[in-house]
Design a protein around this ligand. Structure first.
Ligand SMILES: C[S@@+](CC[C@H](N)C(=O)[O-])C[C@H]1O[C@@H](n2cnc3c(N)ncnc32)[C@H](O)[C@@H]1O
Length: 415
């Protein structure tokens, strides 16, 4: 086997000592750290971080719309906070017990998912954990470099020693984790794309999928999980609910929101190369870049107690306050909390209704938006007594000749 050549570099002794102490804390050698840096340079074809005289200050003058846009078009490299993963997953611990978990859009050593499941492996009673890392991830191999091969790999865990897994500094002791006979860390044959044959084979074997998939591939991702009839708890953006692939899953009660996260924004770590040019961005006390994203939700088909909590209704119907659409036999309800207690017909409510949707209380009929006409059956259209309007662009509700926002058409269930 060819040996790797030794390279001599001149380094200031004090710099070497200080950096060496940090690498000791992280648990990697100076040589591994330098190799990681050089790999990042080759992968990104530039310096893997900005070279500036001082740290960029987070901008505070641009709106969340910019962030949401970033969420859709940027690099899909948003790393979930541990607290967000922990809060949701602990609600599902009974459902997770005895199960094999797959994190197939992950990066085990950067991901809060991998960390959570390793730390809680024995407490929850997991049967196994597999986490795959995509070769395109700019974080790949950053914390725990694997020699040779592509940067796509899989971490398989079937046993964890609770007393040694978390080091005093809070990091995971990965060396001893992967030294255990039931665990392994190996290169994948391909690039780790969740749609590849080898990753689909891992999906077929898993019981529950938990991850934060790339937003730009969210529809394809959910479609795959549904095809494989998998249980899942994954992070996404509520904008996805209005797509023709995902809305029917909500309507048919095959997907709903998880127990946590119903409002506000969420913080995500981003790679060092990520521009911090929107409000809420920053660099934390550990030097990690983060952004804030609104509209984040857990999408799941694991049962939750929250979706059986009825929405408390306090408003009474009056024709003046609840105008009727010209193209549907339904009334407009501009805010979910204003759903009238005494109206039995069809109502158009905002997309945020899904935050409070209980299938015991309401049925979802259809999405009234610009594509409604082509996305639902003629039976459903006739149930909502839809008639085409010159202004409705295929199905959005019309009030006084004006197009309304996209609405979910719902009806109360008779109890
Ligand atoms: C939104 S990030 C989330 C990472 C991690 N699950 C977390 O939250 O900490 C999406 C991850 O999917 C990876 N990814 C992007 N495209 C992918 C693909 N086609 N197949 C598998 N993973 C992919 C990215 O490299 C990234 O690590």
């Amino acid at each position: 086997m060819p040996t790797k050549p030794t390279t001599t570099i001149r380094i200031d002794p004090d710099l070497k000592k200080r950096a060496g102490e940090i690498f000791d804390d992280i648990g990697i050698s100076m040589s591994a750290a330098i190799n990681t840096f050089l790999k990042a340079v080759v992968r990104e074809r530039t310096m893997p971080f900005d070279i500036k005289t001082d740290r960029p200050k987070p901008h505070t003058n641009s709106g969340n719309a910019k962030l949401n846009h970033a969420f859709i078009v940027k690099k899909d490299e948003f790393y979930t906070q541990y607290e967000d993963v922990e809060k949701e997953m602990l609600n599902h611990r009974k459902q997770l017990k005895g199960k094999t978990i797959l994190c197939n859009c992950d990066d085990p050593f950067e991901s809060a998912f991998f960390r959570f499941f390793v730390i809680h492996f024995n407490r929850i009673g997991l049967a196994g954990l597999t986490s795959t890392c995509y070769a395109g991830s700019p974080m790949a191999g950053r914390e725990y470099p694997l020699e040779g091969g592509t940067s796509a790999y899989k971490a398989v865990v079937t046993e964890v020693r609770d007393d040694t897994i978390v080091r005093p500094d809070g990091s995971l002791d990965l060396e001893s984790l992967f030294a255990m006979p039931g665990n392994s860390l190996v290169h994948l044959a391909g690039d780790g794309d969740f749609r590849s044959d080898e990753c689909e084979a891992l999906l077929a074997e898993a019981d529950i999928v938990a991850t934060n998939p790339p937003f730009s591939l969210f529809r394809q991702y959910i479609d795959l999980l549904v095809r494989y009839e998998k249980d899942f708890i994954i992070l996404g953006n509520m904008n996805a609910t209005t797509t023709k692939e995902i809305f029917p899953l909500f309507r048919d009660n095959k997907v709903w929101y998880g127990e946590s996260i119903r409002s506000g924004d969420r913080k995500f770590f981003v790679p060092d190369s990520y521009p911090l040019n929107a409000s809420g961005c920053g660099i934390d006390e550990n030097g990690r870049r983060f952004i804030r994203v609104t509209g984040v939700r857990w999408f799941t088909n694991l049962e939750t107690s929250r979706r059986h909590e009825p929405l408390e209704l306090t408003h009474l119907y009056s024709p003046d306050e609840y105008p009727r659409y010209e193209n549907y036999n339904a009334i407009e309800v501009g805010r979910t909390q204003n759903i009238p207690i005494d109206y039995e017909g069809i109502m158009g409510v905002p997309i945020t209704f899904l935050d409070n949707y209980s299938p015991d209380q309401f049925e979802i009929i259809m999405l009234a938006n610009g594509n409604a006409h082509s996305n639902v059956s003629s039976k459903t259209l006739s149930e909502a007594m839809y008639r085409q309007h010159p202004e409705d662009k295929g199905g959005v509700g019309i009030i006084n000749g004006q197009r309304s926002y996209a609405r979910i058409l719902i009806r109360k269930k008779s109890l």
